[in-house]
Design a protein around this ligand. Structure first.
Ligand code: HEM
Length: 421
């Protein structure tokens, strides 16, 4: 059904949960429960767990669990098929975030299917193009160095709090035209929304984000600037301004998509580098290869998933999928598919080029991918220039939050100040 984002209505979706809601077309031998994103085995070592799915699970299985039943795809080839066929796999109800049915809105652009989807991308894509984000390079380097200045002499930091989080969040807030001193508040809202299994907490966090953004949108209406929120507020695709619901749904989704993802990615990468000095040295010794190095680290430490709904009966890997079924592409697992990336757990900075799925592919591929790649690259360069040797503080227990963005909660690091610059 074609949706009208200006007049949103809650989708009529049959959420299946548990064994008694497995539809009859699902072969019994393909039913499993992997508890992705929340099970204790997953949370003990998420990327290892997802890499291991290629040994423990069928390539496509029907997952039954507390968070909802859905097909799970872990083959690179299958994910490319699903994600590139928006006519077979749609984005209705693509996010898990609860909304008030009496004041409903769509998360834009993620919940909008083609052709309407393009109209929204056209508003913001130019600000996030490879050329446009390069203009932010100097500012990102400056921010990275200012943050490092704050702790380098101490010989220690809590990476997540002192660097991994503030760097991308400041860049994002500047891009959006939102005040930097709101950083801690925004971050706490995003954590409640993205890492809670409790729909009441998620709903409350979304309410706080909504209240704040409604005021910010009104302010941009009165005082336009050249930042992203203002661009959305004053956009008029085909001569028609966006409705309040469209503006709001777009602003709020950018907030959700842009705040937590780079943060989680940096935390994963720094934990890995702290534990693998040989790989750190490779980065330092081969600075010309930074683009491939960044891409390889993004392959191994991708942090999120693509959920779709089957629009019409179809077949995947010889299995019948029926209209209304849910399917999740476990992107980090697809990036460990040995058929696509031989010896997939090895971090190899000289792999032949191949599409990685960290940012998904197809019409909904990540709008912030060029910015995210640039941030990771600059963070690596600036950090390793100044703190080439570092390790995880002894006695640290690394813990992961459940939720749709995968990364360690805290990464306490230490180094000898005499080795820094
Ligand atoms: C390393 C960091 C990032 C990762 C791994 C990432 C990953 C993703 C993925 C996998 C999707 C597709 C979701 C789906 O198919 O359901 C996506 C979509 C999206 N991302 Fe990102 N993202 C990152 C950073 C960002 C940033 C910084 C922004 C904003 C400035 C952003 C904005 C978006 C938007 C707006 C979409 C929806 C695109 C659409 O529906 O057309 N992302 N991202």
């Amino acid at each position: 059904m074609r949706m009208d984002p200006a007049n949103p209505v809650p989708p009529v979706v049959h959420h299946r949960v548990g064994m008694d809601q497995v539809p009859p077309h699902v072969p019994k031998e393909l039913i499993r429960s992997a508890m992705i994103a929340y099970g204790s085995e997953f949370l003990a070592a998420p990327h290892d767990y997802m890499a291991g799915l290629h040994e423990t699970m069928p390539p496509l299985w029907y997952d039954v669990g507390a968070m909802g039943n859905a097909w799970q795809a872990i083959k690179h080839e299958d994910a490319l098929h699903v994600l590139r066929h928006a006519e077979l796999f749609n984005n209705e109800d693509a996010t898990p975030f609860p909304r008030d049915p009496d004041d409903y809105f769509y998360f834009i652009p993620i919940e909008i299917d083609p052709p309407d989807h393009r109209k929204y991308r056209n508003i913001v894509d130019p600000v996030l193009s490879p050329k446009a984000v390069l203009e932010l390079e100097g500012r990102i380097r400056q921010l990275a160095n200012e943050l490092i200045d704050g702790f380098i002499a101490k010989g220690e930091c809590e990476f997540a709090e002192d660097f991994g989080r503030p760097l991308p969040v400041y860049v994002f807030l500047e891009l959006m035209g939102l005040p930097l001193d709101m950083c801690p508040t925004f971050v706490s809202w995003a954590i409640e929304l993205l890492h809670s299994n409790d729909r009441a907490i998620m709903g409350e966090s979304l309410r706080k984000i909504s209240e704040y953004l409604k005021v910010a949108i009104a302010d941009k209406q009165a005082h336009p600037d050249d930042k992203v929120i203002s661009r959305i507020v004053h956009a008029a695709p085909n001569g028609e301004p966006l409705s309040e619901k469209e503006i709001f749904g777009f602003a709020v989704f950018l907030f959700i998509a842009g705040l937590d993802t780079v943060f989680a990615t940096l935390n994963n990468i720094w934990l890995y580098l702290a534990e693998n000095p040989d790989k750190r040295q490779e980065l330092i010794d081969d600075p010309e290869n930074i683009t491939a190095q960044t891409e390889e680290l993004l392959r191994v430490f991708s942090v999120t998933f693509s959920g779709r709904t089957v629009s019409q009966d179809t077949e995947l890997r010889g299995v019948q999928l029926k209209k209304g079924d849910k399917i999740t592409c476990i992107l980090p697992a697809c990036n460990f598919d040995p058929e696509a990336f031989p010896n997939p757990r090895e971090v190899n900075f000289h792999r032949p080029r191949k599409t990685i799925l960290a940012f998904t592919v197809g019409v909904h591929s990540c709008m912030g991918a060029h910015l995210a790649r640039l941030e990771v690259k600059i963070a690596l360069q600036e950090w390793l220039k100044r703190i080439p040797e570092f390790r995880v503080k002894p006695g640290t227990k690394i813990e992961y939050r459940p939720g749709g963005v995968v990364g360690p909660e805290q990464v306490p690091l230490e180094w000898d100040p005499a080795t820094t610059a």
